[in-house]
Design a protein around this ligand. Structure first.
Ligand SMILES: C[S@@+](CC[C@H](N)C(=O)[O-])C[C@H]1O[C@@H](n2cnc3c(N)ncnc32)[C@H](O)[C@@H]1O
Ligand code: SF4
Length: 385
């Protein structure tokens, strides 16, 4: 594993001004509840308690995600960042990311988040097309998206933008225009996500009623291929399935923590963590409901109950799933518990099909393999067992 001392911190802020019809993240409507102060206190206490579990580590990243953490009082963000820095020794290039919605783009507010220590804004633009934004139930229009991106590029050292594609009826030409618009705004990191109809969402019910259909496989494949070629031509490297960066410095350090199998503390409602406890990779999951999370922290100091020690096979399977998503793949020695070697028939078969690169040291998916990654990982896990 790369740098076992590295540690990331994920903070979940669940409030949103409006719940989008496609979203199945752990979110609640922001009604300016009094509970927000209690939640912020619980997050700080949970960080303190988890420090006793991790011991001293090198803090490489803090990610304020959600939900919509750009709705948070910037002073709360400053307290969280300062607490994380006090608890763990921060690397000089500590990355502090904040997920933001364009509606929260206001110079004073963005400036306050920058002063709080945020170095990287992850802006949920989704589209520059007013009709598409309306369909997605967003509470911002294309002009606001542009304004937010311009202000963000001026305020933060690093800017990433999220875009959604494969909307009903979207053509390759229309999607290509959207991507070009994002590039023109100066984003150095783009995360394009294919619209997924998640169970239990308003979109799921709308599809059930026959109101619209999601894109078929062929259209999805054409849009994915166009994404790769447009971004590659503009100098973006696909360093992960849905993440493209212009140069190594623009890659998300936080995402690399996940994909390299490094440890991360998860705080806030429903946050997941992965920690080496007594030398064993351990999964943590905080209570999902805001009230339950606050209650849990008040009772025990920690936001989660029952941490789950992963077996060597479970840990290696997770490492494989995460590692194959990235350009760097996963070191074969990290997959010893699965018995996978470069000459294993499951590996050799996938190399022959052009889905894995031929490499005696690492398992790496080829671009064709990344497109059918679920099948590749399944073939490896089934083949190994
Ligand atoms: C946790 S969300 C939050 C960011 C922020 N609240 C926002 O909406 O802009 C992160 C990203 O996931 C993507 N996303 C969420 N649900 C999705 C879905 N069902 N299909 C595709 N992308 C989705 C969106 O691009 C979104 O920006
Ligand atoms: S997509 Fe973003 S703003 Fe919309 S509900 Fe999900 S987290 Fe909230």
């Amino acid at each position: 594993m790369t740098d076992p001392q590295a540690l990331g911190v994920y903070v979940h802020w669940p409030y949103c001004a409006k719940i989008c019809p496609y979203c199945d993240f752990n979110v609640v409507r922001d009604r300016r509840q009094a509970e927000q102060a209690d939640l912020a206190d619980a997050i700080l206490a949970d960080l303190e308690a988890q420090r006793t579990l991790t011991g001293p580590r090198r803090l490489v990243s803090v990610f304020l995600g959600g939900g919509t953490p750009s709705l948070m009082d910037p002073q709360r963000a400053a307290d969280i960042v300062a607490t994380a820095r006090r608890l763990w020794e921060a690397t000089p290039d500590l990355e502090v990311s904040l997920e933001a919605n364009p509606t929260d783009a206001e110079a004073g507010r963005f400036g306050a988040f920058r002063a709080a220590g945020v170095t990287r804004l992850s802006l949920g633009l989704q589209s520059f097309d007013d009709e598409a934004l309306k369909f997605l139930g967003r509470n911002h229009d294309a002009a606001e998206a542009r304004r937010a991106a311009t202000l963000a590029a001026r305020t933060f050292p690093r800017l990433s933008v999220d875009m959604i594609y494969a909307l009903p009826g979207q053509t390759v030409a229309a999607w290509t225009d959207q991507l070009r618009a994002a590039i023109a705004l100066g984003a150095e990191h783009v995360s394009p996500y294919q619209l997924t109809i998640e169970a239990g969402t308003a979109f799921d019910r709308a599809v059930g009623r026959g109101q619209f259909k999601s894109a078929d496989d062929e259209t999805g494949a054409a849009l994915y291929a166009a994404t790769q070629s447009v971004l590659e031509a503009a100098g973006f490297e696909a360093y992960e399935v849905s993440n493209h960066a212009r140069g190594a410095a623009a890659r998300s350090r936080h995402n690399l923590v996940y994909w390299r199998g490094q440890d991360y503390v998860g705080v806030g409602p429903g946050a997941h963590g992965r920690l080496a406890l007594h030398g064993v990779r351990t999964a943590t999951e905080a209570a999902r409901k805001v009230g339950d999370y606050i209650g849990q922290v008040r009772e025990t100091g920690l936001g989660f109950r029952d941490p789950e020690a992963l077996s060597p096979v479970e840990a290696a399977e997770e490492r494989l799933l995460m590692g194959l998503r990235t350009y760097e793949g996963v070191g074969i020695e990290e997959l010893a518990a699965l018995g996978l070697t470069a000459s294993h028939p499951a590996v050799a078969g996938l190399v022959e099909q052009g889905l894995l690169a031929e490499d005696p040291q690492r398992l790496r998916a080829t671009p064709a393999g990344r497109f059918v990654l679920d099948g590749v990982t399944r073939a490896l896990i089934v083949g190994a067992s």
